[in-house]
Design a protein around this ligand. Structure first.
Ligand code: AMP
Ligand code: MG
Length: 328
């Protein structure tokens, strides 16, 4: 978890203030693995090395469990099953998935529909690895299926149903944050008081680092390995959404993974959004939402929310800070 060692993937570079150049302290343990199509990292303080290592293994198991349930890349995931069946009939789902879809719908309401897990009705037609984008016809056909109101939840029966054919959901904008929160809860249940858990652009910190805050760097959206800002953080969740995570370029246009639900196309105007608050589930969905909403509307939403701050880098590289950060 040291800077610049793994610059290829994370949106955030997490730097322990005293970690640089010093031998790792015996009681700070860390692990890093490729899960959820990204890099999962955990670093924690434990008096007991054995217990610390067991806690890190539990974090990785939990990440893999959630990935198996929620990935749309896995045909046998619970979410893939829902996407295959829910237009035909109500599908019984786990409490965990039910709650995360419920949370997603709340975020849709909060963001005026900028956050919408049915974006996938059109979003699934892009393949960023193979540089494929939908034809205009295919996009127009898919568009009516994007609308979070198409998702019908029945709490009593614990089911989800889609109100029309063509609706697909993808929890890629919130599942990593959820996973980070679950892992932090799991560490706390094991008595861990100082830790950081990261899944791609989503991190959550409990406690501090050697009696000081962690210094979390926000990466330059156009220059890997460079940092545009650094924030001191303890007991906080931070999430970055960027147009550099999954993208390809064609005819001078950048096609990336954050989709405007109103037209099914990648969002213009912003390169990255970082939000800081208390829980990772909310911050994950919020960073994606603010990205979709753009600088003006997105920052206005952040200012309305208590105890949430943001740093936005726009399409020209200009940076915007929420007022709470300016006061620091
Ligand atoms: P993040 O990694 O948090 O920036 O979220 C980006 C991911 O969220 C994408 O890879 C998609 O899986 C998903 N996503 C894209 N656009 C939207 C949207 N408008 N609402 C909800 N999720 C989205
Ligand atoms: Mg996000």
């Amino acid at each position: 978890m040291y800077p610049f060692r793994h610059v290829a993937t994370p949106a955030l570079l997490v730097v322990g203030l005293f970690a640089l150049g010093l031998p790792a302290h015996a009681k700070w343990l860390n692990d890093q693995q490729a899960i959820m199509g990204t890099v999962v990292q955990v670093e924690l303080w434990s008096e007991d090395q054995g217990a610390g290592k067991a806690a890190m293994a539990a974090v990785m198991d939990e990440m893999r469990r959630i990935d198996r349930a929620m990935s749309t890349y896995k045909e046998d995931s619970e979410v893939s099953l829902v996407n295959r069946k829910a237009a035909e009939e109500p599908v019984t789902i786990s409490d965990e998935l039910f709650d995360l879809i419920t949370r997603s719908l709340q975020m849709s309401e909060l963001t005026g529909g900028a956050f919408d897990i049915t974006y996938a009705s059109a979003g699934r037609l892009y393949d960023f690895r193979r540089k494929i984008k939908p034809s205009e016809e295919a996009l127009a056909k898919a568009l009516p299926a994007i609308n979070y109101h198409h998702i019908l939840l029945d709490r009593e029966g614990s089911t989800v149903k889609f109100s029309q054919v063509g609706v697909h959901i993808d929890l890629g904008g919130i599942a990593k944050g959820h996973a980070v929160d679950r892992c932090i809860a799991l560490l706390q249940a094991r008595g861990i008081k100082q830790a950081i858990v990261t899944a791609g652009g989503d991190s959550r910190i409990i406690g501090d680092h050697h009696g000081r805050p962690w210094i979390v760097g926000i990466r330059d959206p156009r220059q890997e390995g460079k940092v545009v800002a650094a924030l001191p953080l303890s007991d906080a969740a931070i999430s970055t959404s960027g147009d550099y995570e999954r993208y390809f370029e064609a005819n001078g246009v950048r096609y990336h993974h954050i989709i405007n639900p109103t037209n099914g196309r990648p969002v213009n105007g912003v390169r990255s959004v970082t939000v800081v608050g208390s829980d990772s589930t909310t911050m994950d969905a919020l960073s994606t939402s603010v990205f979709v909403m753009g600088v003006r509307k997105g920052m206005a939403l952040v200012e309305r929310l208590a105890k949430v701050e943001a740093v936005i880098v726009d399409a020209n590289g200009k940076m915007y800070y929420s007022t709470g950060l300016m006061r620091r």
